[in-house]
Write a protein that binds this ligand. Structure first.
Ligand SMILES: O=C(O)C1=C[C@@H](OP(=O)(O)O)[C@@H](O)[C@H](O)C1
Ligand SMILES: C=C(OP(=O)(O)O)C(=O)O
Length: 758
């Protein structure tokens, strides 16, 4: 029988990538492709095939297909090259459809399918055709809902969903491309993978959850008390079991068709469930917290990935632009987020300590979270962060476990370099990887001293990441003189020294931040310090402690500069760390004439802290003393903005390290400042900036579009510049502001800046 409707596709509009679409099985999956293609005007005609004539009539009446037949063989003679047959029937019914196609399918027609198991589709094709034909493109749309049938079909089902195609070696390229284009035209993202891999991945991520949901609901439904159980079942039950309403025939077929891979997943899950059961039975709270915190972190991460906010590559892909409107002043009482350097170290030392370390003020930025995730990956139970509070269940110096894969530390140089030192002392092999920016940064500065200690460290070309570190090496202590002023290198060597035989020493050419030394002492580990030299003897242990992380002076600097350049400003920055190895920005800005006072000075957990008050004051250009450079190393992008607003010339020398940060910060700032009308001359180790300021509110910067090159500090510096701009400053590639200062835009607006994020 055949049913016809009136609506054909609008033939005149699009390039016809495919001619006709024949949908065999007009349910949710097949019907939604038909509706999606119709909406996209992606083909000439859509013919439905359904076994029951009522379904054919319904599909035409609903406008899902243009016409429908109950027997596919009747329409095969009409098909032409470029037409597509989409087999969207339950997995075990695919073979019968292939058998019907075998004798009448004209050449040039491509066949694809939507079954959730690909191995059984390939086997079905082999049984019917003797081998998998080159016109068959096995596929699987990762989309659906617990609803089924043609009435559930929607034209937007595939938008932003993934389609996995599993082409064979002999699959015709043109056919593959046609199917790819078809899915892309309904808004899907297409990827390809081998058949076996597909079936294993799906067994774990889709088939196992369905087994569990069906099993749980069935267990409860058989319970004598089920009425009561269902009456009281709330959101958790509903969320967890939604998929038990899915089509039973489809899921029976999937279980039978993907038997081996599903059994493997069930066995793994059963052994985990057994271990959870025994943890509950024996009251093993530590093990329960381990499973729950790891699972929560993984689930939160997945949620962020879906929202495109995760700190993995997905975040890099997110485009964030700052539009900073001109003018304004900053005022009020602010607390910027926790110190990044101390947050990293609190996780590292807390993980290796004996006992439970409580951290407050932890920076919930992507960099510190990358360190936290690395230790979770190595088996450490870490609760939080919740409102800056983190609880770390230390595993002791030798309690880390081999991570399941490479440790990905995103944009964070500190994570990679400090972790390299610790990992060199472990019994297991490890790999450290990072994002595009980190993958360009020099790592031989840590690999070389580690090799001197006997570690086996491999880098990619030119000493770049990834770092491959062999475990099980006996480390020997060294006396290392740093070739550059770098706290990361110093810390890396000292942390490896914890595992070395004997006394490891570092000597630095200029003082750099000493948080590692201070925090080790806070954890009860003796560090000898004598002028530029720090030493420790390996083989000791760390004792858990409480850590109060103060606000990050590097983040506070954006507001110190903002208040210093914008007339009418007066801000109080609360609880900021003013460690003398970090206070270069205060010293430099004061030397330029800034009005900065330190109030309520105190010591918190071995670190000096104060509330910093900054009021507007006219600035003058200076020659920046070289001894201040390592003490303000991350603050220069913001200081350059202050220099542009000062009266006269500012000269920076001895700062070549700025060229190997998240970007080449000398070049990035010089380029941006020039675009905004400032005379800024980069030199190999610094910059010369001609200030345009003085004591007035007149604009210093013109408007324009500047590129932060994905460097958080460049992005925030140009946002501050807008306070003295004459027109909008548009700053590109700002997503990485989240690495160190996730709520920057919100705090900036609260203080009085006019900053839009798009
Ligand atoms: O040890 C640390 O926490 C850091 C040291 C500095 O890097 P270098 O050691 O490369 O100077 C700094 O730029 C970075 O933001 C944090
Ligand atoms: C240089 C920085 O960080 P890292 O080296 O950890 O990437 C920074 O935060 O400015």
């Amino acid at each position: 029988m055949a049913v016809s409707g009136q609506g054909c596709m609008a033939q005149e509009t699009t390039v016809q990538e495919i001619g006709r679409l024949v949908v065999v099985g007009v349910g949710l999956i097949g019907g939604s492709l038909a509706l999606g293609l119709k909406a996209a005007r992606g083909c000439r005609e859509i013919i439905g095939v359904a076994r029951r004539s009522e379904v054919c009539e319904q599909a035409v009446a609903l406008g899902v297909v243009d016409r429908a037949v109950t027997d596919i063989e009747t329409i095969l003679p009409e098909l032409e090259p470029g037409d597509v047959v989409f087999v969207a029937v339950p997995t075990l019914a695919v073979e019968a459809v292939f058998a019907q196609l075998k004798n009448g399918l004209p050449g040039g027609v491509v066949v694809t399918d939507g079954a959730s198991v690909k191995g059984s589709v390939v086997t079905a094709a082999q049984r019917v055709w003797g081998d998998v034909p080159d016109f068959l493109v096995p596929g699987h749309p990762i989309a659906g809902s617990e609803q089924s049938g043609v009435t559930a079909a929607r034209d937007d089902l595939y938008i932003a969903h993934r389609i996995i195609l599993t082409p064979m070696e002999n699959t015709d390229e043109q056919h593959l491309r046609r199917i790819q284009t078809m899915w892309e035209s309904v808004g899907a993202e297409v990827l390809t993978m081998p058949v076996a891999e597909h079936d294993e991945v799906l067994a774990a991520t889709s088939h196992l959850p369905h087994v569990i949901a069906y099993g749980l609901v069935d267990t409860l439904a058989h319970d004598a008390e089920n009425e009561n159980i269902f009456r009281y079942a709330a959101g958790g039950f509903r969320d967890f079991t939604r998929i038990a309403s899915s089509d039973p025939v489809m899921w029976r077929d999937i279980m039978l068709a993907n038997r081996d891979a599903i059994l493997k997943s069930i066995d793994l899950y059963t052994s985990n469930l057994d271990s959870l059961r025994s943890a509950i039975a024996s009251g093993d709270s530590e093990r329960l917290m381990g499973v729950f915190t790891r699972a929560k972190a993984a689930r939160d991460h997945f949620t962020k990935m879906l929202a495109k906010k995760a700190y993995t590559e997905t975040m890099q892909a997110t485009e964030v632009t700052f539009v900073a409107r001109p003018g304004g002043a900053v005022n009020g009482d602010l607390r910027v987020p926790g110190d990044k350097s101390m947050s990293h170290r609190s996780i590292m030392l807390g993980s290796l300590a004996e006992g439970v370390t409580e951290v407050e003020g932890f920076l919930e930025g992507e960099d510190a979270l990358a360190t936290l995730q690395s230790f979770r990956d190595m088996g450490v139970v870490i609760e939080g962060p919740v409102d800056g509070r983190v609880t770390i269940h230390g595993v002791g110096m030798h309690g880390l476990q081999a991570p399941p894969g490479p440790l990905y530390v995103g944009n964070s140089g500190t994570s990679m370099r400090l972790l390299a030192g610790l990992l060199a002392g472990q019994a297991f092999d490890s790999v450290l990887t990072g994002d595009e920016s980190l993958s360009k940064r020099p790592m031989n500065r840590v690999a070389n001293p580690l090799r001197e200690m006997g570690a086996e460290v491999e880098t990619a070309e030119d000493g770049r990441p990834p770092l491959k570190i062999k475990g099980g090496r006996a480390l020997k202590a060294i006396d290392y003189t740093l070739p550059m002023a770098s706290a990361q290198v110093k810390s890396c060597v000292l942390l490896a020294g914890l595992y070395a035989d004997g006394k490891t020493s570092t000597t630095e050419p200029a003082p750099t931040r000493d948080h590692t030394e201070r925090m080790l002492a806070g954890f009860g580990y003796e560090v000898l310090r004598d002028a530029s030299r720090a030493s420790l003897v390996g083989g000791g242990s760390l004792t858990a402690c409480h850590i109060d992380v103060p606000a990050d002076i590097s983040s506070a600097t954006f507001f110190m500069v903002a208040a210093s350049i914008a007339p009418g400003s007066d801000v109080l920055l609360r609880h900021v760390g003013i460690n003398p190895t970090r206070d270069g920005a205060i010293n430099i800005l004061r030397a330029m004439g800034a009005d900065i006072t330190l109030e309520n000075r105190r010591e918190v957990g071995g670190e000096p802290v104060a509330d910093i008050r900054v009021r507007y004051a006219p600035l003058k250009g200076i020659q920046i003393p070289e001894d201040q450079v390592p003490l303000a190393i991350d603050e220069f992008p913001a200081i350059f903005v202050a220099a542009a607003c000062a009266d006269g010339e500012t000269v920076l020398t001895g700062a070549e390290e700025l060229r190997v940060k998240e970007s080449d910060r000398i070049q990035a700032m010089a380029d941006g400042l020039r675009i905004l009308g400032i005379n800024a001359e980069p030199t190999p180790d610094g910059i010369v900036i001609q200030g345009k300021g003085g004591d007035s509110a007149a604009p210093v910067f013109g408007g324009g579009v500047v590129d932060s090159l994905g460097d958080h500090r460049i992005a925030m510096s140009f946002a501050v510049a807008a306070l003295r701009a004459g027109a909008d400053i548009r700053i590109q590639h700002c997503a990485n502001v989240a690495t160190s200062f996730p709520n920057f835009a919100e705090l900036a607006r609260r203080a009085g800046m006019n900053l839009e994020v798009s």
